[in-house]
Design a protein around this ligand. Structure first.
Ligand code: NAP
Length: 299
């Protein structure tokens, strides 16, 4: 339970509603900042403005998945007024307050570091990334189906990277009957790909591998699908780049060659906002409870 713990939310989208619900369910004191246009009202939550007076009593501050931009602006689909989290706001947080977000830009990191406030980036955590890989894979499959005229079953598919997303994706494609090759660089990844019944290849061999690829899914956040690689692909190859912006594809050259290359960020929030919100809600609520236990407060 989060009884007596003050949790404030600044902005967000449909995913944040699941986190708010969970915190109310666990009996936290919930303050909503930047939810002026939210139609459904949460019994047990209070809407407040973004002021020091509101922030000074907060134990946990929850920002949206993308945190702030590099000028401190926080996106909120529930608020038409701009919300800007400034250094003066960070300065009035209690020293034990923990700030949670999906991924923080350098602006937020610097601001909080200066005030010695703990920042937790949820998407960095293995458990969140692994759960999140489920809606990500569903979204990637949806994009593949929408952008090809062949079945996934029987198609020549390449997955780049055997991280948390790459592994779930490769496994799902295999289960759908695709011929899956996975490009990685570590020997232990090669062994795992082999163990999964898939075909491993070293990333240095990417150029010859793409010569008969129907679909290439990239999960590596580095430029791996270079112009030299794209030059070897058949024109009908579809590239779906899941890696965080700017992705790992030379999109300019792909367009020049007439090869369809799609950057697909934020799939969990697009295809399954409720599930994506519940994933965040479960982890955040557990972390806040742990945080209060560490301070020796009864829960
Ligand atoms: P991850 O577990 O860290 O996996 C990343 C993979 O990329 C690993 O296999 C890693 O291999 C490889 N890699 C990293 N740098 C490399 C380099 N320079 N050369 C070769 N391989 C390299 O990350 P993840 O959780 O799977 O996420 C992958 C990407 O997808 C991230 O950019 C993440 O932000 C993004 N993502 C997007 C969505 C979406 O909706 N589009 C959803 C979730 C995640 P090593 O272990 O050898 O480094």
């Amino acid at each position: 339970m989060l009884t007596g713990i003050h949790v404030a939310f600044i902005g967000g989208d449909a995913r944040q509603l699941e986190v708010i619900k969970k915190c109310i369910q666990l009996d936290a004191i919930v303050t909503l900042i930047g939810f002026d246009n939210l139609e459904s009202s949460f019994t047990g939550a209070t809407k407040k403005p973004l002021t020091c007076d509101v922030l000074k009593d907060v134990d946990a501050l929850i920002l949206p998945i993308v945190g702030t931009d590099n000028d401190g602006f926080v996106e909120s689909v529930f608020c038409s007024k701009p919300l800007q989290f400034l250094s003066e706001h960070a300065a009035c947080l209690k020293k034990h307050c923990v700030v949670y977000t999906g991924m923080a830009k350098s602006y937020l990191k610097t601001l909080l570091l200066r005030q010695q406030i703990t920042l937790v980036e949820l998407l960095d955590r293995d458990e969140v990334a692994i759960y999140n890989s489920i809606p990500t894979v569903e979204g990637a499959l949806m994009m593949a189906i929408q952008n090809t005229d062949i079945t996934i079953h029987g198609s020549q598919v390449i997955v780049l990277g055997l991280g948390r997303t790459g592994m779930s994706l490769a496994r799902s494609l295999h289960a759908l009957g695709a011929r899956v090759r996975v490009g990685a660089r570590r020997p232990e990844h090669m062994a795992r790909i082999h163990e999964m019944g898939l075909t491993p290849f070293h990333l240095s061999e990417l150029r010859p591998q793409v010569a008969n690829a129907d679909i290439i899914f990239n999960t590596i956040p580095q430029l791996v699908i270079t112009a030299e690689v794209i030059a070897q692909m058949p024109q009908a190859t579809l590239i779906i780049d899941l890696a965080s912006k700017p992705g790992g594809t030379d999109f300019r050259y792909a367009e020049r060659r007439g090869i369809k290359a799609l950057l697909a960020p934020g799939l969990p929030g697009i295809v399954a906002p409720k599930t994506a919100g519940q994933i965040i809600a479960n982890t955040v609520s557990r972390l806040i409870a742990d945080q209060s236990k560490d301070r020796g407060e009864p829960s």
